[in-house]
Design a protein around this ligand. Structure first.
Ligand SMILES: Nc1ncnc2c1ncn2[C@@H]1O[C@H](COP(=O)(O)OP(=O)(O)OP(=O)(O)O)[C@@H](O)[C@H]1O
Ligand SMILES: [Mg+2]
Length: 252
């Protein structure tokens, strides 16, 4: 049975999508079967695999609105071993449209029940918000993977994220845990990056992965080619880092 992981942090631009796309690709390279659910209206995980998200009839939006089934929404083989449910701006309306829908927090969980046996890992790329979409992901998930950017305000907002995770655990998903914290955009040349990592290790009681994702221009370039880093530049430091993170995730 596949492990379901929500990649979440309500802070914008911390590396959620970069981690979802490239960790998935690294796991796929190691022979794991992966499904990605893009639940961010920005659709960056979809474009990260070169998917023309505005031409897709079935997306995470139509899935959440019960206008298609999970199997209809899944695009097969966006790369070897990776399937994807794409997203686009339509999803931005979901929050308002779901207001009157009973059990609106459990829509994704119910959908994923049908497919989790077909995958080793299912990742959900969350939007930079603690809204109903993120709550849906956390309700469906076994665990939450939290990317934290190595910058001065790194820990700000973390307590709010943990509060939300605790709220979901209490009301919607008793078994939800934090998978771990992954430090992103690490720059070994700066004291700041090192200080932030020390700070996070000292102040959060969560598991912090040994692997830190370096700031690497190839990681920033890859999405414009619609390719994960393992395809765009398989020998880059960014590709190696996501492979190492994949090993840690597999080790549990
Ligand atoms: N390790 C890295 N090295 C260099 N650039 C990076 C790295 N990780 C992410 N970036 C760049 O930083 C920006 C933000 O990353 P990303 O889109 O993954 O963050 P996000 O948390 O998903 O953002 P949002 O909250 O908007 O969804 C992107 O332009 C991305 O290419
Ligand atoms: Mg993103």
């Amino acid at each position: 049975m596949g492990k379901i992981i929500a990649v979440a942090n309500q802070k914008g631009g911390v590396g959620k999508t970069t981690t979802t796309v490239n960790l998935s690709a690294a796991l796929a390279e190691k022979g794991k079967k992966v499904l990605i659910i893009d639940i961010d209206p920005q659709g960056n995980a979809s474009s990260g695999f070169g998917v023309d998200k505005n031409n897709e009839e079935n997306t995470s939006y139509t899935l959440i609105m019960d206008d298609c089934t999970i199997n209809e929404a899944i695009m097969k083989d966006v790369m070897e071993n990776v399937d994807l449910v794409p997203s686009n701006m339509n999803l931005a309306g979901a929050e308002v449209e779901l207001i009157d829908v009973p059990h609106r927090e459990t829509i994704l969980r119910n959908a994923l029940d049908y497919v989790r046996d077909s995958y080793d890992y299912i990742f959900m790329d969350c939007p930079p918000s603690l809204n109903i979409l993120t709550v849906n992901a956390m309700t469906a998930a076994d665990s939450v993977l939290v990317p934290i950017q190595c910058e001065f305000y790194a820990l700000e907002g973390l307590s709010q994220l943990i509060y939300t995770i605790n709220m979901v655990r209490k009301r919607l998903n008793k078994s939800l845990v934090i998978e771990g914290i992954v430090m992103t955009m690490y720059d070994s040349r700066t004291n700041l990056s090192q200080q932030v990592v020390e700070d996070v290790r000292a102040n959060s009681r969560q598991k912090v992965y040994k692997t830190m994702i370096p700031r690497n221009v190839r990681l920033a370039e890859a999405p414009s080619y619609g390719q994960p880093i393992t395809v765009y530049d398989p020998r880059s430091a960014g590709a190696d880092a996501y492979r190492a993170l994949a090993d840690e995730i597999i080790a549990g």
